[in-house]
Design a protein around this ligand. Structure first.
Ligand SMILES: Cc1cc2nc3c(=O)[nH]c(=O)nc-3n(C[C@H](O)[C@H](O)[C@H](O)COP(=O)(O)O)c2cc1C
Length: 206
């Protein structure tokens, strides 16, 4: 199953990120007819806030020591973790907001990255418990070359999300971002079509 996590409040007709994601999924479905795709629109669901009681529950889960009330509290997190554990492909769609992901995506990450469920500590170091491929697609107002140090380029989005994915066991992460679309003015549409074509190809081999 491919799990598609959508982290953008803007509508389907205005979001460039969603446009790139649609092309990616078209390519994927063309190469994998009938494959199951599940979507979670983070702006349409009520994610836990990880308040003080939640945070303590999460820490107690990490050491394997939950009381029944905490188990119930943890179940609210598992509602969002279960589809992630069930997927063999994870696609995340997000624009860049202030050099990172949208806050809803951060909230989802704070919901699903959980010790003893999506990762564990072993004598050989931390280990991700998923076994899935990953892809990140979206759009950014500026241009962020992949080969630059984030401290120089300001791209904390792709390095951060790639790191989180690796932490939970997703090693092979591919990316497709439309960069500096607004600055391209008259050429924006042609550039977006180019990005869609790239995303479609990437989706075919996902
Ligand atoms: C709240 C907010 C913060 C943003 N911060 C950045 C940023 O740090 N860097 C950047 O390149 N673009 C930034 N942008 C621009 C968006 O990344 C850009 O418009 C992108 O194409 C939006 O994707 P969408 O069309 O899918 O919504 C920001 C946009 C918003 C609304």
């Amino acid at each position: 199953m491919l799990l598609h996590v959508i982290a953008n409040p803007r509508g389907d007709d205005e979001s460039r990120s969603k446009r790139i994601a649609r092309a990616f999924l078209e390519g994927f479905s063309e190469a994998n007819p009938g494959a199951e795709i599940r979507e979670i629109d983070l702006y349409a669901v009520d994610l836990p806030m990880t308040d003080a009681k939640d945070a303590n529950t999460r820490l107690h889960q990490a050491r394997g020591d939950l009381n029944p009330a905490e188990q119930k509290r943890l179940d609210r997190f598992c509602t969002f973790i279960d589809p992630l554990l069930a997927c063999d492909r994870l696609l995340i769609t997000t624009p860049m907001w202030n050099f990172g992901p949208t806050w809803k995506l951060k909230q989802w990450i704070d919901t699903v990255v959980q010790a003893r469920i999506t990762f564990e500590y072993t004598p050989n170091g931390p280990k991700g418990l998923l076994n899935a491929k990953g892809a990140l697609v979206g759009s950014r107002g500026g241009a962020y070359p992949d080969d630059k140090d984030p401290r120089e380029s300001g791209d904390f989005l792709v390095p951060y999300l790639t790191h989180v994915m690796k932490w939970i066991g997703i090693k092979d992460v591919r990316t497709c971002f439309a960069d500096a679309v607004d600055a391209k003015k008259d050429q924006a549409e042609a550039y977006l079509r180019e990005c869609e074509a790239k995303a479609r190809e990437l989706g075919k081999t996902f």
